[in-house]
Design a protein around this ligand. Structure first.
Ligand SMILES: NC(=O)c1ccc[n+]([C@@H]2O[C@H](COP(=O)([O-])OP(=O)(O)OC[C@H]3O[C@@H](n4cnc5c(N)ncnc54)[C@H](OP(=O)(O)O)[C@@H]3O)[C@@H](O)[C@H]2O)c1
Length: 282
């Protein structure tokens, strides 16, 4: 297995098993160099979002890589300020322009319940979904999905969606596996992506993990990402540090044994839990 190994999405598309995260990678040189290094290292799946403010740099790195577009999987996301079908159509076009791409592989509603649409989140999500469906039909997006959605947000969307969501991207790492959402996704043929696989860095200081990592002669980050893959998740590690970008890709020459997987499963809550999307927004 390698960085080009893929999972199958419910609509038949292939998606590389490890994605490269770009949240908090600053627009300009930082995001550009990070994505450039990731692509040179062999990552073929890049995760960005309109709100990250770095789509132009991400797009420039993709273009300069010279990699065949068909060999890349690019995801971006619709931000909370888009409340209507028209808003979403404009935002989709803006993201494509910034990325310099004719299409993205995956486009997600970033947050299910923006403060400005409460308590009418279901209507808002239906409205923006219509623009996403139109963009699929127009060839601007290959697959559509959601992020941070719980069952209560997905249920009304599934009732009205003409094109079903194929991905729900949620926070998953050893300290919060969000099992209820994963089970709902599975029951509804929605693929789960695991964001913040390193707990935005907080996982790395758990002492027991350092012991496990030492026993495999691997880093804690590699052990946690390997755990994610062995659980069948799709981790999206982020780094702007070249050595870490490479380290986080070097996951395919070892296997965690079942006891260690169980130990890692037991770290629930140690490094924080996912936020409730009905109570928080960015
Ligand atoms: N849909 C959503 O709402 C949502 C929310 C959060 C994240 N995401 C996606 O998921 C991606 C990853 O999540 P995340 O950004 O929260 O963080 P993460 O990947 O869990 O952790 C990134 C942090 O860990 C550090 N790090 C990375 N590799 C390391 C290594 N090998 N050794 C030591 N430290 C290491 C990074 O530092 P340096 O960068 O300084 O190297 C950074 O501070 C995001 O970038 C984004 O694409 C989506």
């Amino acid at each position: 297995m390698s960085l080009t190994a893929t999972y199958l999405l419910p609509n038949g598309m292939k998606i590389p098993k490890v994605g490269f995260g770009t949240w908090q990678s600053k627009d300009g040189e930082e995001a550009y160099q990070a994505v450039k290094t990731a692509l040179e290292t062999g990552y073929r799946h890049i995760d960005t979002a309109a709100i990250y403010g770095n789509e132009e740099s991400v797009g420039r790195a993709i273009k300069d890589s010279g990699i065949d577009r068909a060999d890349l999987f690019v995801t971006t996301k619709l931000w909370d300020t888009a409340l209507t079908t028209e808003d979403a159509a404009v935002e989709i076009n803006e993201s494509l322009n910034k990325l310099g791409l004719d299409y993205v592989d995956l486009y997600l509603i970033h947050w299910p319940n923006p403060i400005s649409s409460r308590p009418h989140f279901a209507q808002r999500n239906e409205r923006v979904w219509r623009a996403m469906e139109q963009a699929v039909r127009a060839g601007k997006i290959r697959a559509i999905g959601t992020s941070n959605f719980h069952a209560r947000h997905l249920e009304p969307l599934l009732e009205v969606a003409e094109i079903k969501p194929v991905v729900n991207q949620i926070m998953i790492n050893p300290t919060d596996q969000q099992e209820e959402i994963v089970a709902f996704n599975q029951a509804h043929n929605i693929f789960t992506e695991a964001y913040s696989p390193l707990g935005t860095g907080k996982i790395l200081s758990i002492p027991e993990l350092q012991d496990i990592a030492a026993s495999y002669k691997k880093s804690v980050a590699q052990v946690v990402l390997r755990w994610s893959l062995q659980k069948g998740y799709l981790p999206l590690p982020k780094s702007v540090t070249p050595a870490r970008i490479k380290e986080n890709a070097d996951l395919f020459d070892f296997e965690l044994d079942e006891n260690d997987i169980k130990t890692i499963d037991g770290f629930h809550g140690i490094a924080g839990l996912a936020r409730n999307p009905d109570e928080n927004s960015h």
